[in-house]
Design a protein around this ligand. Sequence first.
Ligand code: AMP
Length: 435
Amino acid sequence: MIKRMKGTYDITSDIRYYQAIEKQIQKVSRLFNYQEIRTPHFEQQALFHRSVGQDTDIVSKETYDFKDRGGRMNTLRPEGTAGVVRAFIENKLYAEPKLPQKYYYLGNMFRYERPQKGRFREFYQFGAEAFGSNHPAIDAEIIAYAVTLLRGLKLKNVTVHLNTLGDKASKAAFEDALKNHFKDDIEHMCQDCQTRYQENPLRILDCKVDQDKAIMQSAPKTIDYLTKTDQKHFTLVQDYLKAMNIDVIVDHNLVRGLDYYTHTVFEIKVSKDLLGSQNAICGGGRYNHLVETLGGPEVPAVGFAFGIERLVMALKENDYPLVEDAIHLYLLILDDTARLKAVEIAQKLRLGGIITELDYMEKSFKAQFKQSAHHNARFVGILGENEVKENQINVKDQQSEVEETIALDDLYIELAQKLTKQRDDCKDCDKGESS
Ligand code: AMP
């Protein structure tokens, strides 16, 4: 038997968690006025390799690269930002009158990494990018957008970790300080750190191998190397977050993996009890020079990306209240005359918004009844030769257990009324997926 590839997975019964998350994403994106953008799953290899520098977690060793039949080098997208930025430039979206331009995406990403709990080779990300403003209020908005999604999903034990890297001058001063700090010890640190020392010293702070070493604990902090303007930007981000009642933990060791970040960087984590070590569910920040680096005009931007699998895992641990999969009516069919009628009725009801299922297995009455229970049918309708002749149907309400005979001409209106009444009576309508 052919099995799925390592690091990939099938979504079967968990699909309802994905759908609940997607529904919430659409709702919150609408509230914050971000518009969906869809970009290709593969891009020219140069997009990722040029955009993110050499020593980051998402280039070369972790991307899926392949040559197509035309000899072009392609890469399966390992993240969403680079593709969105490419589309922003290629489609001249920067010339659109609406400012800032706010986009969100949802789609599969591919990284050739070692699979473990919460880490896959193909996974889903929901991300957002706001282009055109360098104002700290939009850094705060993007964090509020992410947090509002989590609140909508009723996820508890969530913390927002915030830091700033400052812009070019602050980052350069900080990198110099880091190089100076590590220069005598770097040869005793891991191989990755030695490469990072040369290419992107900031990333030494992300190292999991050497993180407990004293030299790491005493490393310089970004906050001490900020220019006055960058310091003000960071203070304002925090003020705006406070105004929105969003609590954050300022963590000066947070630098994020990619070297394109400037100013604000943040990560959202759920407690380790829920997800273990892969407990970061969202990461983001400002990237004021990426558009230019990729050949566009000078356009500041800020964004984030969520890992959907980790969100699903967290929701399951939180006992997220999924709405039961249920149908409105199951039609039990007693003979072939009834089948023709059932097909006709089902189509009419479905067009009117009533979720209808019918027997296709030619099973016994009892077996069909069992099927109606598997489908969680609210109503069961029984159709035989007699019912067709009399132009009526026997309907049982599985909730109240009331059985009645309804004229087929009145079936739609009768069911619609009963279902509307149920909706009006619903006390828990703002729970779970329905919110
Ligand atoms: P990144 O693009 O690396 O900043 O990741 C953003 C978010 O995507 C992380 O916080 C994770 O939730 C998720 N993520 C990143 N890599 C993976 C992966 N290999 N498998 C599943 N989720 C991932």
